[in-house]
Design a protein around this ligand. Structure first.
Ligand SMILES: Nc1ncnc2c1ncn2[C@@H]1O[C@H](COP(=O)(O)OP(=O)(O)O)[C@@H](O)[C@H]1O
Ligand SMILES: [Mg+2]
Length: 206
């Protein structure tokens, strides 16, 4: 068993994952903890190339190929960055992990979510988060935030809002199935209130 703490942030785009990851990182650093903040896809050099394909490739990618690309990114990321950090005793704060693959691919209704999970569990040799923070927000509110911040959308963000509502439902179902691992937060709360809720839960893990 590793000595570190593995925290993942999940939820749709615009729910506040990056905002909260930054706040948690600075707070933990103030406590004197070594922190690695990272993301999937794209947390490594190889991952940046994979991310470019899965998020920005023009034209279709066969669903199984897409699933394998995410899994390949994850395998390399966990083996070369996440596990070494956890073995050192660091706190790893990660934007998106296996739950995102299961929720997005499952909501796409093309592939079996259990198969997606098995693939990622094989890819990571079974590495599980100690805590998963799910930032839950309706698709319309999340989109409104993003519209305010940006004009260009990647392949997944451009999907219909009905798809994003299914993703939201899939995340909530995952959280319900593993209540001990998940902290579900209503993401329309003010930024600092959410940050405090996360810190209160993280303290128990340190
Ligand atoms: N709790 C919040 N209330 C209102 N706006 C927020 C909140 N959290 C984040 N935002 C804003 O919403 C936008 C998306 O946040 P971000 O952290 O980038 O989300 P994500 O990483 O999940 O896509 C940003 O403009 C951010 O400032
Ligand atoms: Mg983000």
């Amino acid at each position: 068993m590793s000595r570190g703490v593995f925290i993942t942030l999940e939820g749709g785009d615009g729910t506040g994952k990056t905002t909260q990851a930054e706040l948690l990182e600075s707070w933990l650093a103030e406590q004197g903890r070594a922190v690695v903040r990272t993301r999937e896809p794209g947390g490594t050099e190889v991952g940046v190339e994979v991310r470019e394909i899965v998020l920005h490739h023009r034209g279709d990618i066969a669903p199984r190929a897409e699933a394998l690309l995410y899994a390949a990114d994850r395998a390399h990321h966990v083996a070369t960055l996440v596990r070494p950090a956890l073995d050192r005793g660091d706190v790893v704060i990660q934007d998106r992990y296996i739950d995102s693959s299961v929720a997005y691919q499952g909501a796409g209704r093309v592939l079996d979510p259990d198969a997606i999970r098995s693939l990622s569990e094989w890819a990571t040799d079974g590495l599980k988060p100690d805590l998963t923070v799910l930032l839950d927000l309706d698709a319309a509110s999340a989109r409104a935030r993003l519209d305010g911040a940006r004009t260009r959308f990647d392949r997944l963000e451009a999907e219909a809002s009905e798809f994003h509502d299914r993703v939201r439902g899939a995340f909530l179902a995952l959280a319900e199935a593993e209540p001990e691992r998940f902290l579900v937060i209503y993401a329309a709360e003010p930024v600092d209130v959410i940050a405090e809720t996360i810190r209160a839960r993280v303290v128990a893990l340190l």
